[in-house]
Write a protein that binds this ligand. Structure first.
Ligand SMILES: Cc1ncc(COP(=O)(O)O)c(C=O)c1O
Length: 493
């Protein structure tokens, strides 16, 4: 068993340092001359005093307790936890990219601007739309930006007061209604039909003069492609609304189908998912939005544009712009990774990504279907959703099986989402896994289904092999306590 770890704030000794620099051989500038007195800290901070070796061991041991894509298979549905090639990290850490300052004059950062311009062009081609902003910092931020653009468009036409509703299917990711509500819209939910697509009759009933937009991800969170998409687009457009494409599931269609061709007016991509940046720990992401011609005037400033003689500029002169949605130009490091990824694969490589992701998902779905319930039994795209209903009748919940997977060395799939599937288990294998890994995961799932039948208590007590056992997840989410306080022993000592 691994021993309990103390926090980096605990332990250490006064005067212990991680490293000691040689004394400066130039006169030191007093702090007061560099920083105005009112901004200087009055009291010393109580910082940990630790030796370098202890700091390194502390963080290395912490990382060994974590599960990551670089540790094992991570089929977290809707999150596209694909392996991220390390060459992208190398590109992003090149000093010419990593060390540029956002306030540097344009003439000195032409390479960075060219990269952003070209990345924008690639994304536009993939989306099937003509204009782009790279600023949004995540998928949800792209949604908010896209909806602000739609709102600006309706305002410009004098229709904003009338168009107060955003239509969203009941299978949508929670960020969709949240973004619409943040933008001040009323959310109108449309239920899914028996094939898992949008119910057209319901859509016809709710689409009308109040409709500002429809938000949709296609394939949706069931991993199913909505075959009626052109009809859906026609209904919404005829009603005077616009179509928003949540591109979180773009891994299923990248290089094959363009949302612009399906009728979408705004598209966000999760660069950290489809275009490969390590994510999942709350680190930087990027959610660029691509838009059709009529939304282009409202894009956030600045827009990177091609100027004369192969030069690039930042264009702030856009009077109808919704303004800036993120400081400077977005999360530049993520943009570099996505650019490196797209350049490495090219158009045919991107197509192969989607084809392989879809093949892997269908392979696993068919292997697991006999052991679990499959509420929508038709070919899926990049992910599929099982139901743990059968196991629930034995007293074993989907959460128990998710925890048990950790004992088998796999990260759990997404659970209890989408909300329309009872005891949902949403599996997204991605294209970067080998057949051996997919088979090993299927074997673990089948073994757990068998345990649920023969030894339900075992599954309910999982995980048994991890450092931390079952957590009270509701309490952890509702009573968040992120403040460190010294342990009683440290206090008295
Ligand atoms: C379908 C869908 N839409 C939107 C989002 C939001 O993306 P982000 O986490 O980058 O804000 C996610 C994230 O998991 C998603 O799965």
């Amino acid at each position: 068993m691994q021993k309990e770890m103390s926090l980096i704030f605990e332990g250490g000794a006064p005067g212990r340092r991680a490293f000691v620099l040689p004394p400066a051989d130039v006169p030191e500038e007093p702090l007061e001359r560099l920083i105005p007195a009112e901004h200087l800290r009055q009291e010393e901070l109580s910082l940990p005093e630790q030796a370098e070796v202890d700091v390194v061991r502390h963080y290395t041991n912490l990382s060994r307790r974590n599960f990551a894509v670089d540790v094992g298979f991570y089929p977290l549905g809707s999150c596209t936890m694909k392996y991220n090639p390390k060459v992208n990290e190398m590109a992003a850490s090149l000093p010419g990219f990593a060390k540029v300052h956002p306030y540097q004059p344009e003439e000195t950062v032409q390479g960075a601007l060219e990269l952003m311009y070209n990345l924008g062009q690639y994304l536009c081609r993939i989306a099937g739309l003509n204009h782009v902003s790279l600023q949004p910092a995540a998928g949800a931020h792209g949604e908010l930006t896209g909806l602000l653009l739609i709102k600006a468009y309706h305002m410009d036409r004098g229709e904003d007061e009338q168009r107060r509703e955003v239509i969203i299917p009941d299978s949508a990711h929670g960020t969709n209604p949240a973004s619409a509500a943040m933008c001040g819209y009323k959310v109108v939910t449309v239920r899914s039909d028996e094939r898992g697509g949008m119910d057209l009759a319901e859509l016809r009933k709710v689409a009308g003069p109040k409709t500002a937009a429809l938000m949709l991800t296609n394939p949706n969170t069931l991993g199913l492609f909505d075959e009626n998409i052109t009809e859906i687009a026609a209904i919404v457009h005829e009603a005077g609304g616009l179509l928003y494409y949540d591109g979180a599931n773009a891994n299923a269609v990248v290089g094959i189908a363009k949302p612009g061709d399906m009728g979408f007016d705004v598209v966000h991509f999760n660069l950290h998912k489809t275009f490969s940046t390590p994510h999942g720990g709350g680190g930087p992401g990027a959610g660029p939005v691509c838009v059709c011609d009529k939304l282009a005037p409202f894009l956030p400033v600045p827009v990177v544009v091609a100027a004369e003689e192969g030069r690039y500029k930042l264009d702030y002169d856009r009077p109808k712009s919704i303004g800036q949605v993120k400081s400077f130009y977005g999360n530049f490091g993520v943009l570099v990774r996505a650019y490196a990824y797209i350049r490495a694969l090219g158009a045919s490589g991107l197509r192969e990504v989607a084809e392989t992701a879809v093949l892997h998902a269908n392979y696993l779905m068919r292997k697991l279907a006999p052991y679990f319930d499959l509420p929508y039994d038709r070919p899926c795209k990049h992910e599929f959703v099982l139901s743990g209903k059968r196991q629930k009748s034995r007293g074993v919940r989907t959460l128990d099986m998710a925890k048990r997977l950790l004992d088998y060395g796999f990260h759990a799939p997404t659970v209890y989402f989408p909300l329309i599937v009872d005891e949902a288990i949403m599996i997204e294998p991605t294209e970067t896994e080998s057949k051996e890994t997919l088979d090993a995961f299927a074997a673990a799932m089948i073994a757990i289904a068998d345990e649920a039948e023969k030894d339900p208590e075992l599954v309910k007590s999982a995980p048994l092999t991890t450092v931390v056992k079952r957590l009270d997840e509701t309490r952890a989410a509702r009573q968040l306590d992120l403040r460190w306080r010294p342990a009683p022993a440290a206090k008295s000592g």
